[in-house]
Design a protein around this ligand. Sequence first.
Ligand code: FAD
Length: 382
Amino acid sequence: MPVRATKRGVERTHLERDCDVLVCGASFAGLAVARELAGAGARVLVVDRYEIGERQTSACAMPTNWMTALDLMGSWRQSFDRLVVHTPFHTARWQLPWSFSTFDYRELCALLWQQASSPQLEFETATVTGRDGTTVRTDRGELRAPLIVDALGWRRVLSNATAIQPPNARLSRGLEVHPPGRGEDLELWIDASYIRAGYSWSFPAGDELRVGVGSFWPSHRVKEPTVRLAGDLDLPAVGYQGNWIPHQLRRAVEDDVFFTGDSAGHCLPLTAEGIRTALYFGLACGRELRAVLEGRSTREQALRRYAAFSDSHARKYRVLLGAQRLAGQLTPSRALTAAVRAVENRRVAAWIFQQYLAIAPPSFAGAGSRSLPRARLAAAHA
Ligand SMILES: Cc1cc2nc3c(=O)[nH]c(=O)nc-3n(C[C@H](O)[C@H](O)[C@H](O)COP(=O)(O)OP(=O)(O)OC[C@H]3O[C@@H](n4cnc5c(N)ncnc54)[C@H](O)[C@@H]3O)c2cc1C
């Protein structure tokens, strides 16, 4: 049994704090924000309802070049330079121009936290319940900061707008099991016998497999097909984890709060790839916050610039959402199989996957002010 690290009962003492930056959520997006603030000399408080890395939130696969760019290979499990895609009529092998890697969630979070480390950085476990202006309410008390980030995932807890709730909200849903086992291929199933609109997967990660089903329609159940797929692969359905996945971009700034990752709908439609984009927009958000802390911009300028940065991706998100809707209608037709076959052509696959990677390119990871030596930073802003 895993030991629960999160403070419970009497250990959950009262927490009342003022800080310069309050980052709510300590998964991919929140930790990427904190990483960009390392050494900025500010009081940064990160809160999450669980200890860092305690609760895995995804199948944990992302482009390998993002892992190397962020120096996260210490959490690496396996890499794949092709995708094996099954439809009821054909199995295709798509050769990728770059590889995907699986990783260990807890280890990756620990690495990001290490990179964020600075004397005035603190972490507290607390459940965020809401916000009044620059005061964030938690189950342990009130936290205040002029700069607030919501990296809390799809619930978008710090928004005071009307809550969106599944199954009516624009959300996909995903569920997976983590049986012990080994595999060589990253496999996808586009097969209506598992899910009508969506896809199923098996991601090998060292000595475990992550087998699951994602539905583009929130009202479609994913548990039964997940168990069935595991059974079809002769695997026990053990180690469940699942969540809702937003598939539409939302406002990245609301009421002077920065929203990043799933809370801003940054997960990509069609593929439900949300780790790379949570890191990407988290870094972008962190860089804007750092500019405020270093006196290079005002809070208002940072809010405007970050919102504009997120909005500048809207067309690409719309294209992917259009493809997601189309894919939902084509399943399980021969037209879809023809499309899957077309990507077997290496040049077609290279073009598609390069365009896809360019939505949030790994070069962005090294482009921030955090990675510049202090002398160059000073010169750049002189
Ligand atoms: C089954 C499944 C498999 C997936 N597989 C992949 C994959 O292989 N690759 C990929 O790129 N994407 C995958 N995704 C999508 C990906 O998981 C998300 O897009 C990604 O986790 C978003 O990161 P985030 O940091 O924005 O939010 P999250 O990872 O959801 O993190 C939110 C954080 O906020 C904390 N939190 C939430 N509410 C509160 C609260 N009220 N108070 C305090 N803390 C709170 C949570 O504990 C968590 O730490 C998958 C999703 C699912 C459901």
